[in-house]
Design a binder for this molecule. Structure first.
Ligand SMILES: [Zn+2]
Length: 306
């Protein structure tokens, strides 16, 4: 039996759907996102969130102004047309979900390690078919909070419309995206490797942190190697090394790439622990090796499902 099916918190909500016959268990993180259609005619001085919105019905209503990127550079921007903003919102949800879904599989402990205790009742909730190992599929669902709606969202992000394409040179961050960030972008790192990523998916990843105030840095899920970088006294925040100190780390969504790794799975692992009260022994595996049969069916599963 699952201890809690649903958890709602200020950082994100989650639902654990137990396995049914022939239907795997699913652990879904639901992030309510409020995209602000940034009014570019309002102050450019701040790097913090600006909540002034403007949607133009026609080009004659468009306002113009400069908006700063994460490096403090000014970029010429204009109001969104209503139709452009609607299309952007639809694409944002689609590409972010596409980037995060169908990758992460969570394997519950099978009880063979006495320090990772799990009851038969809980273990069974992860078995959908006799010959497929007990598991849960991890998913991300984006719920867009509509324009003008004041209800509480988990993630607050300004969307700016660049007056001219920047060629992905606008340096976005978790509070500010541009119309270019829902398309694949190529980054060439310091040693000359090319990496492809959808910036919106990476920035949404930053919103999968802890349930604290958005003015607290703990709210944001860090870059893949930020913890090892922080141990270095000379490290500058947001420097290139945070995006992965090795090539395999760089491939991660919270690096420069598109791969959901064990690091990206952390928000789901934390929630799995709380949904089930099974605190230890969870294993993360990518969907591909899982489907290739790299994970054996446990002795416990064989005993429980004859
Ligand atoms: Zn980042």
């Amino acid at each position: 039996m699952i201890h809690r099916r649903t958890i709602k918190e200020s950082n994100f909500d989650s639902v654990l759907h137990p396995a049914l016959s022939n239907q795997p268990a699913r652990l879904i993180i639901r992030l309510k996102v409020r995209l602000f259609a940034r009014d570019p005619s309002v102050s450019t001085i701040t790097a913090g969130l600006v909540r002034h919105e403007h949607l133009a019905r026609a080009m004659s209503e468009v306002r113009r102004g400069d908006v700063l990127d994460a490096d403090g550079r000014r970029w010429r921007c204009r109001s969104w047309l209503e139709s452009e903003f609607n299309a952007f919102c639809i694409k944002f949800k689609k590409v972010v979900e596409l980037a995060w879904n169908n990758q992460l599989i969570l394997i519950p402990p099978d009880g063979s390690d006495p320090s990772a205790d799990i009851s038969d009742e809980v273990y069974k909730e992860f078995i959908s078919v006799r010959n497929v190992p007990a598991h849960a599929r991890c998913g991300l669902e984006i719920a867009l909070v509509p324009f003008g709606n004041t209800s509480t969202a988990h993630a607050l992000i300004e969307a700016v419309k660049l007056a001219e394409p920047s060629g992905h040179q606008f340096h976005s961050f978790q509070l500010r995206l541009t119309d270019e960030d829902v398309d694949f972008d190529r980054t060439i790192d310091e040693i000359g490797h090319s990496h492809y990523q959808i910036t919106a998916a990476h920035e949404v990843g930053h919103w999968l942190g802890a349930p604290v105030s958005i003015t607290d840095s703990g709210r944001y899920f860090n870059h893949v190697d930020a913890a090892s970088c922080a141990a270095d006294a000379h490290h500058e925040r947001n420097a290139d090394c945070e995006y992965g100190r090795t090539l395999s780390k760089r491939l991660a969504i919270m690096g420069l790439g598109t791969l959901a790794t064990e690091y990206e799975a952390r928000p789901w692992v934390t929630r799995a622990q709380r949904h089930t009260r099974v605190l230890f022994g969870w294993t993360v595996v990518h969907r591909l090796p899982f489907e290739w049969g790299k994970i054996p069916v446990s002795a416990r599963q064989k005993r429980l499902i004859k």
